[in-house]
Design a protein around this ligand. Structure first.
Ligand SMILES: Nc1ncnc2c1ncn2[C@@H]1O[C@H](COP(=O)(O)OP(=O)(O)O)[C@@H](O)[C@H]1O
Ligand SMILES: [Mg+2]
Length: 499
């Protein structure tokens, strides 16, 4: 089945998320849709899946125009979608989930339990999925749950399979397994649309590559293109993909966490007996699949959790029991995971955001008076130094792009007097150009002799940026290893295999 998207335009208010996009998916091909966060990839797929109605353009299947008013129509037409967030019910078995997700089709009609189990087994055997129809979904590893989603699509007789950023939730091994599965599906004659912003994955599986930027197709790339070529197409300028840094020269231990336990609001232990040290002049990266306690660990360091046991010592000073403000004043530099929630006040200006918690003191205030002239100069200097693309320092921070918002947060934190920098996924959602800049700033911070703690979910970033890597799994540190540790071994650790 040949799928063609022709001139698809989709607007959200004044934002053009898709601007006359053309895309063809052919049987027996893996078509990569490559683009940065916010480029419009998911919007396009939601139009295809009937979740959004396009403002212009059409969808053709084997040359015939089709109209989808919902996912049911798309599924019935042979389109299967593997979402990043699985639409599975954890307490049900695989077969039960398959029945629930199944829209009766002409070919199959309604499925009963026995048929569902039989079909799951057939598909699992055929493609080597290793999925037991009677397993409880919630007890399966994430990578296997994803295969259940694929099975759901295949049972509905999908001929076109769309994967929207499927590897974000996977370990490196699970990612490799998924790539192998996509290749098998291709070889079985399916048309695969693989959406990603990860160049390594594109290089590995793509038969055809369409690059999309700011809602527009910028062109097709050859599978033989280098990662650097793909990156520059994606961003629109040349980028250096490597982190340039010299070997660390670690000095004394400046930051020491001992036997730390953190409980979330449900009373679950999300950080479990975690201990580590960071030396001055060293970057320790916390790697692991998202959701294994890394976020809560950094939040506890900032002081956002109330149920915390253990010890967090920064430069000889115990932070547990202290307020967030006290910790920041003591020299904790903090770049939060979600800059729009915790890092910035969207309705404040860029200048105000650059000052934020220091508006009551020198040099920003004299007595009760805000030193507006100083603030303006300071902000203008930071905008220049951090290359923040803005119409002016009085622009609302919320109006900036993600990369520029992140630069504001970094500029603010790095212009304070710090004893440590803690940054949680500092490059999440940034374009490769901004990533390069953020990495440079982090390395420069280390080279000034500060300890640096980073949470990374991309293994490439962890190994490039880190001097040492701590891998977390289910709230515990599985091991702390040198940054040049083999990728495969790090992957095993991310799956919980003790180093
Ligand atoms: N439902 C929506 N309402 C308003 N804006 C949206 C909506 N969905 C996406 N957008 C915007 O459309 C653009 C493209 O988003 P998206 O398709 O999710 O990008 P991608 O999947 O490539 O990361 C972004 O600027 C995003 O903020
Ligand atoms: Mg998306």
């Amino acid at each position: 089945m040949r799928l063609e998207l022709k001139g698809i335009t989709k607007r959200f208010g004044s934002l053009v998320a898709n601007d006359s996009v053309n895309l063809v998916a052919e049987p027996g091909q893996i078509h990569c849709l490559l683009g940065e966060n916010g480029a419009g990839k998911s919007t396009l797929m939601n139009v295809l899946y009937g979740l959004y109605q396009a403002d212009a353009g059409e969808i053709l299947i084997d040359g015939r125009v089709v109209k989808f008013s919902g996912p049911g129509d798309a599924m019935a037409a042979g389109i299967g979608m593997v979402h990043q967030h699985f639409m599975l019910i954890p307490v049900f078995t695989v077969a039960e989930n398959v029945i629930l997700g199944h829209e009766p089709t002409k070919a199959l009609g309604f499925l009963n339990m026995d048929e569902a189990r039989k079909r799951v087994r057939e598909i699992s055997d055929r493609f080597g999925f290793d999925v037991d129809p009677d397993a409880i979904v919630g007890e399966l590893p994430v990578g296997v749950q994803q295969r259940v989603e694929i099975i759901k699509a295949l049972i509905g007789d999908a001929q076109v399979l769309v994967f929207d950023e499927p590897t974000a939730v996977l370990t490196p091994q699970e990612t490799d397994e998924l790539m192998a599965i996509m290749k098998q599906l291709r070889d079985a004659g399916k048309a695969i649309v693989f959406i990603t912003h990860k160049l390594r994955e594109v290089k590995e599986v793509a038969d055809k590559i369409t690059v999309i930027r700011l809602g527009k197709v910028v062109g097709e790339a050859k599978p033989t293109s280098t990662q650097a070529e793909l990156a520059s197409m994606m961003v629109g300028r040349a980028v250096d993909l490597d982190v340039n840094k010299t070997p660390a020269k670690p000095a004394d231990v400046k930051f020491s966490v001992k036997n730390l336990e953190v409980f979330n609001h449900l009373g679950q232990k999300v950080v479990d007996d975690v201990s580590f040290d960071i030396h001055a002049g060293e970057i320790l990266v916390f790697a692991g699949v998202q959701g294994n306690g890394q976020t809560e660990l950094t939040e506890a360091i900032l002081g956002l959790h109330t149920r915390v046991h253990g010890s967090i010592v920064l430069d000889g000073h115990e932070l547990i029991g202290q307020s967030v403000k006290h910790r920041l004043d003591w020299g904790l530099g903090f770049v939060p995971e979600d800059r729009t929630l915790d890092g910035l006040v969207a309705d404040f200006s860029i200048a105000e955001n650059l000052m934020l918690d220091r508006s009551d003191r020198k040099p920003f205030a004299k007595g009760l008076l805000l030193q507006l002239k100083y603030l303006a100069e300071f902000a203008a200097e930071k905008v220049k130094q951090f290359d923040i693309r803005t119409q002016g320092i009085n622009q609302r921070a919320g109006a900036l792009s993600g990369g520029n918002q992140q630069k504001v947060v970094l500029a603010r934190e790095l212009s304070r007097e710090l004893r440590i920098l803690v940054a949680s996924q500092p490059t999440r959602g940034l374009d490769v150009g901004s990533i390069e800049f953020v990495h440079e700033q982090i390395v420069a911070t280390r080279d000034q002799g500060l300890p640096v703690m980073i949470v990374a979910t991309e293994l490439d970033e962890a190994t490039q940026l880190g001097d040492r890597i701590a891998v977390m799994y289910r709230g515990k540190i599985v091991g702390i290893v040198p940054a040049d540790t083999e990728r495969a071994r790090l992957g095993q650790m991310m799956a919980g295999v003790v180093a």
